[in-house]
Ligand binder design. Structure first.
Ligand code: UGA
Length: 427
């Protein structure tokens, strides 16, 4: 590669794109990151961070001189050969992935072997083949991302594995991607494009399956008097099972699992295969969020007129992402039953206020709990474990906690005067 075009191109500076750009810059590469959102590009160019993600601010600050943010695709194409496609692929109404943003990127690339498109966006298996048919001379690499929001920077810098899928003719690009990731360690999986695409979809589907599985075990545990946290501990020690993603709770949310499980189910269906297991995983997840209402009613009777406090709104801690957050369903269901909903989240309140009509936003957990008939712990923000629960019990109308993430210590809560209900734990 010549001096002039050895920067790394990143298209789409959402979670994945911004973390990718910042981390490659931190590895010493010049990065040109492009987005169509002018306000976002202006903010990033001025050094303002557009999302809550631990570590990202420091990385952007430290590498400012290596990072260019632009809305101009020609600038990206002029300075790079490798173009990481990080645009989002949201679900369409039908549940299929919306590839219009990916297509917009592809349409900008000449079919002449100058550039390589490195696909980090989550796309249906077969997308790479379609793009290659459309532009056979464009080098194409599938390099799916496995970052978790809230620990995306750490995940990027310390990958378990790096998957690089490419076909003949794109070897130079696949080698260059391998080279970029080599300093980070992690096992390399060099494979074909379709398999790389499936690795991503299957990994998310499997993790989602683990969550729905343990949630069903939790629901059965409630019937038979077992404690799902003990069950998960015992199961997780089997190295074939492993301890991670066995935390029972309100179900999975976020921008990935709900979308990717549905997209894989649709992808299978479109090819004539009914993916029965995944269909159940999705259904279990939907029902799991709603079970909380029964727990409330057990203690409070009808919920009309009751004040219910939601502790945490984001789909998980360390992020302000509200996409597919359980709090959205919970708040709608509670309001549907006539309850008043108060809420507190340390970082997601601003985003949440646009999505949760008629919810009273408090500026502290204590304020949300004032005169409440119940608290539902929705997101396991560490600060909720440190609350002065004994004192708060006296400020609530009913000292009732529904711990939707099995995050609090039931014994201490009960000692503090609370009726405590977890998920899959003895009442
Ligand atoms: C997920 C995957 O973990 C990443 O590997 C993947 O790269 C990413 O999707 C993606 O496709 O972009 P993320 O959505 O950021 O990452 O969050 P997770 O930490 O995986 O959590 C997803 C949801 O599952 C959260 O709502 C969380 O509360 C829930 N969860 C997780 C459980 O209910 N139980 C568990 O044991 C683990």
């Amino acid at each position: 590669m010549s001096e002039s075009n050895d920067a790394i191109g990143v298209v789409g500076v959402g979670w994945v794109g911004l973390v990718t750009a910042a981390c490659f810059a931190d590895l010493g590469r010049d990065v040109v990151a492009m987005d169509v959102d002018e306000a976002k590009v202006a903010a990033l160019s001025a050094g303002q961070v557009t999302m809550h993600e631990p570590g990202i601010e420091e990385l952007l600050e430290r590498n400012r001189e290596r990072l260019t943010f632009t809305t101009d695709m020609d600038e990206v194409l002029g300075r790079t050969r490798l173009l990481f496609c990080c645009v989002d692929t949201p679900p369409t109404y039908s549940g299929d992935a919306d590839l219009s943003r990916v297509q917009a990127v592809v349409s900008k690339l000449a079919d002449d072997g100058t550039h390589a498109l490195v696909m980090k966006s989550t796309v249906p298996a077969g997308t790479g083949a379609t793009i290659r048919r459309e532009k056979p001379s464009l080098a194409y690499v599938s390099c799916p991302e496995f970052l978790k929001e809230g620990s995306a920077v750490q995940d990027f810098l310390h990958p378990d594995r790096v998957v690089v899928g490419a076909e003949e003719g794109s070897d130079w690009a696949a080698d260059a991607v391998e080279e970029l990731y080599r300093p980070l360690g992690g096992k390399l999986v060099r494979t074909d494009v379709a398999s790389a695409e499936m690795i991503k979809l299957a990994s998310n589907a499997f993790l989602a399956t683990k969550i729905s599985f343990i949630n069903e075990i939790a629901n059965v545990s409630e019937e038979v008097g077992a404690d799902v946290t003990e069950v998960a501990r015992g199961m997780g020690l089997d190295t074939r099972i492993g301890p991670s993603f066995l935390s029972a709770g309100l179900g999975f949310g976020g921008s990935c699992f709900p979308k990717d499980t549905t997209a894989l189910k649709q992808l299978a269906g479109n090819s004539g295969y009914h993916f029965q297991l995944l269909t159940s995983v999705i259904e279990v997840n939907e029902l799991q969020k709603r079970r909380v209402l029964k727990k409330l009613e057990k203690h409070l009777g009808k919920l009309a007129g009751k004040r219910i406090a939601l502790l945490g709104l984001a789909f998980k801690p360390n992020t302000d992402d509200m996409r597919e957050a359980s709090s959205l369903v919970l708040s709608a269901r509670l309001q549907g039953e006539g309850a008043k909903v108060a809420a507190y989240d340390p970082v997601a309140a601003e985003r949440a206020s646009e999505l949760l009509p008629d919810v009273e936003f408090a500026d502290s957990a204590a304020a949300a709990l004032e005169n409440a008939d119940a608290a539902i712990l929705v997101t396991e923000w560490p600060e909720f474990a440190e609350l002065p629960w004994a004192e708060l019990a006296g400020r609530m109308s009913t000292a009732l906690v529904i711990d939707g993430r099995n995050f609090l210590d039931p014994a201490s809560l009960r000692e503090a005067g609370f009726a405590y209900e977890g998920i899959g734990r003895p009442g």
